[in-house]
Structure formats: structure tokens, C-alpha cells
Design a binder for this molecule. Structure first.
Ligand code: P6P
Length: 337
């Protein structure tokens, strides 16, 4: 039975040939991401059993109370990436400044990684799916030296890979290197991520809109009009939209990627750049959705992956998912500026 199974590492190595310049570095980096994901998954899955739940007490750079699992996940991914010898630095949601590795081995790494080690962590204590999101670039600074801030402020279109791990009813790793999107499900009985969703394509249309309607009164007029459009049954098309919002980006995104839908986290008067982070939430998800045939924009017609970041924790409004749904929402935004 296992002869048909393709593990993550086998797949990465097979696809290495896609990259004439890569001599295994990206392969090793992605494999180390997979290893750290298995370690974090083990703790996420038993969080309810050991004293790892609850708040670590510290406040992270986002001003949010850090959960112990946040701290654990951040440490494990930093350790794995430092040990990969392919990554020279990291921008993490949990750290205010970039982490510059200073070992000779790591300084020779050709890549940098932006990561949200445990996104949606407020859901940990209530057993809702959470996830890790990562974005990989080639460094701009010279090999052999420490990483620089500029290495991390590249447009998303320059990503060489991005992906996420969703710790849900099953644990999956979904990633792209610019040649399509592939999903791997963790088979705990053999401790391997196994190819389960080859060449993922997202539907051009969907019936799901994902947005926190608790913020409705603060939404831009265009978003309010789009929601009314979704909610008003059309006599001809019987427009059958439904609202699905988990409050965990990885979970909402993953569902919409597979069955179609649009996720919107718009700007509001109080948050003129929205809530989600460009480097380690919007960009990696935008790379994946575009590779799967979908679309990601800031709501004003700008492509997420064309935005030049000015700060590693920069926020950006996010409209992402099925192409036709995102374009419809954009139409309402344009008509109601
Ligand atoms: P709200 C989780 O904190 C997160 O960063 C994303 O995972 C999620 O999509 C969003 O915030 C939820 O935000 O304001 O709706 O609770």
C-alpha cells in the first residue's frame, strides 16, 4: 500500500529538478520546515493534556498575550531553520526585530524566511484549527554575512516558496515553489507528510464569503454593498452564498482554497491598513492562491504581491480567494469609493 505514497521529502527532491540554480538548498530548507511542523504538531495535538495551554504571560510585539504554544512553535521553527544551514535570518510575528543568525554555517545560507509560527493562537484553548504560515525569499545581502532588513522588505512577487501547516482534524502542509500548489497530509503512523492534494486548483467561483461581520459598521461602503449583494437572493441565479468565518486565517483560507470562496479582512477607520500582516500572512497566502488560479488584492485594486514592504510587521487589507468573487468585491469597492 505504501508503494503509492509519496512523502514530502521524496516530492521535494523529485521537484528539485525544476530549479536549475538550486543545488538542494531549497530542498533542505523545505524539509526542515516539515520536520519542525511535525514537532509542533505533536505539542499542538496534546496541548490539552499537558501544562502548555494558557498564557505564557509575556506580551508579544503585536501587543497580544503570548500563549505558551506560540513561544514553543516560534522556538522550534527558529531552531529548525537555523539548523538547516540554508537560512541566514528570520522575521517572525513573535519577534519585534529580525533574527540574524551569526554562525558561519547559517551566514552562508542563501535564503531568508518570514514566518507566523502559530497563527490564530487565540483559538488554541478552544480547540479550533490553527496554523503556521511561512514565506521564503533568496537573500539580497552577500552570502557569508548576517542578514539585513532589506532582505525582508522584498515584494511578495520575489518569493521563491511559501506555504502553511494547518493543525486541524488532520495536519496538512500546503506549499508552492511557483510551480503549482501541493498538499501533504501527516500520517502519524509513519511520521511522514504524504502527498494527498496534488496540483491544487481553487474554483473560479464559490459560494462562501469569510469576514468578521462583527466589524460591519466599520467596513468601507464597498464591502457593505458586497455583503448585501451576497445576502440578497437573486431571482435568476438564486445566489446561494453562505457565511463561514473561523477566525483563524489558515483554516478559513484552506477551506476556501479547496472548495471556493472569498476571505476579506478590510481596512476600517480605526485600522486603515487592516489587521493582517503583509510579510508572513498576506504574501505567502497570495503566492499560493495565485498559483492555484485565484486572486489576492488589497481592496483598492493593488495586487498583494506587488506591494513593497516598508516594515517587517506592516499590515495590509486582504481580499483573497476565488478570482470571480474577489473581482466582484473589487467592483463594489470601486463603485463606492
Ligand atoms: P478577528 C488570528 O488572530 C488572525 O491573525 C488570523 O488568523 C485571523 O484571520 C484574524 O486574526 C481574525 O481576526 O479580528 O476577526 O478576530
Amino acid at each position: 500500500m505504501y508503494s503509492q505514497v509519496i512523502t514530502l521529502n521524496e516530492f521535494i527532491i523529485e521537484r528539485q529538478a525544476d530549479f536549475p540554480y538550486a543545488k538542494g538548498e531549497l530542498t533542505r530548507l523545505l524539509s526542515h520546515m516539515g520536520l519542525a511542523a511535525k514537532v509542533v504538531n505533536r505539542e499542538v495535538n496534546k496541548a490539552g493534556l499537558v501544562d502548555i495551554l494558557g498564557k505564557a504571560g509575556d506580551i508579544n510585539v503585536q501587543g497580544e498575550t503570548q500563549q505558551k504554544l506560540d513561544v514553543f512553535a516560534n522556538e522550534k521553527f527558529i531552531l529548525a531553520l537555523k539548523g538547516s544551514a540554508e537560512c541566514c535570518g528570520i522575521a517572525s510575528e513573535e519577534n519585534s526585530e529580525i533574527i540574524k543568525f551569526d554562525t558561519e554555517l547559517a551566514k552562508n545560507g542563501k535564503y531568508i524566511v518570514a514566518i507566523d509560527p502559530l497563527d490564530g493562537s487565540s483559538n488554541i484553548d478552544v480547540n479550533v484549527s490553527i496554523g503556521t504560515i511561512f514565506s521564503i525569499f533568496r537573500r539580497l545581502s552577500p552570502v557569508g554575512h548576517t542578514a539585513t532588513e532589506e532582505d525582508f522588505l522584498q515584494e511578495g512577487a520575489r518569493q521563491v516558496a511559501s506555504g502553511y501547516i494547518i493543525y486541524g482534524s488532520s495536519t496538512m502542509m500546503v506549499y508552492t515553489t511557483g510551480r503549482g500548489v501541493n498538499g501533504f497530509t501527516l500520517d502519524s503512523s509513519i511520521g511522514e507528510f504524504c502527498l494527498s492534494h496534488p496540483d491544487v486548483k481553487t474554483p473560479q467561483n464559490g459560494t462562501i464569503y469569510s469576514i468578521n461581520e462583527g466589524n460591519y459598521i466599520k467596513f468601507p461602503r464597498g464591502v457593505k454593498k458586497y455583503l448585501k449583494y451576497c445576502q440578497k437572493k437573486d431571482p435568476q441565479t438564486k445566489r446561494p452564498f453562505t457565511s463561514r468565518y473561523i477566525g483563524s486565517l489558515v483554516a478559513d483560507f484552506h477551506r476556501n482554497l479547496l472548495i471556493g470562496g472569498v476571505f476579506i479582512y478590510p481596512k476600517t477607520d480605526s485600522s486603515p491598513k487592516g489587521k493582517l500582516r503583509l510579510l508572513y500572512e498576506a504574501n505567502p497566502m497570495a503566492f499560493i492562491i495565485e498559483q492555484a488560479g485565484g486572486m489576492a488584492t488589497d481592496g483598492d485594486g493593488g495586487r498583494i504581491m506587488d506591494i513593497k514592504p516598508s516594515d517587517i510587521h506592516e499590515r495590509v487589507p486582504l481580499y483573497i480567494g476565488s478570482r470571480n468573487m474577489v473581482q466582484k468585491a473589487l467592483e463594489f469597492m470601486k463603485e463606492n469609493k
